[in-house]
Design a protein around this ligand. Structure first.
Ligand code: 8ID
Ligand code: ZN
Length: 349
């Protein structure tokens, strides 16, 4: 039976602290489903929303969260292709119009009417959350709901970013911010895709973790005297990686990557530090024919593919478990850059 009240983490004011309290359970609209969120990952995007880092306002009061894995408990009157009891996931794209030219080409994240979970609509830091049925991630019954939660944003996003880079099996990718949430998933997807990995991040914990996840080399941004030459030197032939996947929350690496990717190399910006700019030397970018691009989450097909890698047992990223009630302390650790991998919240605690 669906309760009328539930536990949630609510942000009343941008820049404030989240409050753990009881709020009403909402009812799904005709084309929506209600999901009993069992677990939700905590993404740095949720912290950007709290801090008001981006030039886009959130709804307020806001229930954040967009990596929610759970069970379908109610269906809108028009919903036919998912059943009560199915495993499902709420991801960043909560809904889109499915009619505009972007949606028609399966670029749903680019839809002007897209709603974002935990940003423009309430997300997964509550026990019952709503999304448009067409956009809900289908999760096979043999998947562990806690372990799969980080796939629903971090996994989909880095899988898409690796695909957007055009990199092929056997080539080398630099993962910048490799020790964080997206970075740890990126290491696993890159390994599963047959890529050589150079991990870039700071500190012994992250070095050890990324080595376990399959990275061949580690460059420490905090201690390297010349990061550009250290990254090049970490490749077999010294020419630099074929692609750089930027998932750090700091402007500096967005201004270095174009210098160490090899000729024809691709720089993919995914992380979104506040007020940051990409920068590249024009001369070298031209004569090396460098590509620089952004990559934003993934569509429904990317979602299904990223989940399928997980289902096959190829994605084993480390996560730490804690209760929904502890969210503020996770934000405090994240703000300091002290989390190796991802935290996943259990909504029953
Ligand atoms: O669709 C998208 N483009 C998308 C989707 C999901 C998340 C974008 N994001 C964005 C988030 O909003 C955030 O800006 O990706 C970024 C990374 O999210 P995350 O992985 O959840 O953050 P984290 O766990 O805090 O990891 C960040 C890592 O960056 C490292 C930190 O040490 C940490 O491990 N880092 C920093 I800060 N500065 C670095 C530097 N100079 C660095 N790593 C290398 N070099
Ligand atoms: Zn996210």
């Amino acid at each position: 039976k669906i309760p009328t009240e539930q536990w949630a983490q609510v942000l009343e004011k941008t820049g404030g602290k989240v409050q753990y309290k009881k709020i009403p359970v909402q009812k799904p609209g005709p084309d929506e489903v209600l999901i009993n969120v069992k677990y939700s990952g905590v993404c740095h995007t949720d912290l950007h929303a709290v801090n008001g880092d981006w030039p886009l306002d959130t709804k307020l009061p806001l229930v954040g969260g967009h990596e929610g894995a759970g069970v379908v408990v109610a269906l809108g009157s028009l919903v036919e292709d998912i059943q009560i009891g199915d495993y499902a996931g709420i991801k960043w794209i909560n809904s889109s119009c499915l009619q505009c030219s972007f949606c028609q080409q399966a670029d749903e994240p680019l839809c002007a009417k897209a709603q974002m979970s935990g940003y423009t609509v309430d997300g997964t830091f509550q026990q019952y959350a709503i999304a448009k049925a067409a956009h809900v991630a289908r999760i096979p019954k043999d998947c562990d709901l806690e372990a799969i939660a980080p796939v629903l944003c971090a996994g989909i996003t880095v899988y898409k970013g690796l695909r957007e880079s055009g990199i092929r099996a056997g080539e080398t990718v630099a993962i910048v911010g490799a020790g964080g949430g997206l970075g740890s998933l990126a290491c696993q997807y890159a390994k599963a895709m047959g890529l050589e990995i150079i991990a870039i991040d700071g500190g012994a914990d992250k070095k050890e973790m990324t080595a376990k996840l399959g990275a061949r080399a580690f460059v420490d941004f905090a201690t390297s005297k010349d990061l550009v030459s250290d990254v090049k030197a970490a490749t077999e032939d010294g020419l630099g990686p074929h692609a750089a996947i930027l998932v750090a929350v700091n402007e500096k690496p967005f201004q270095q990557a174009a210098e160490y990717v090899r000729p024809r190399g691709t720089v993919v910006a995914i992380g979104m530090p506040a007020n940051a700019y990409l920068r590249a030397p024009v001369f070298e970018s031209v004569v090396k024919m460098i590509t620089i691009k952004g990559s934003y989450v993934g569509n429904r097909r990317d979602t299904a593919e990223a989940i399928e890698f997980f289902r096959r047992g190829l994605i084993k990223a480390p996560y730490k478990s804690c209760g929904l009630s502890e969210l503020q302390s996770i934000y405090d650790m994240m703000q300091e850059g002290n989390i190796a991998g991802r935290y996943v919240l259990d909504t029953s605690k």
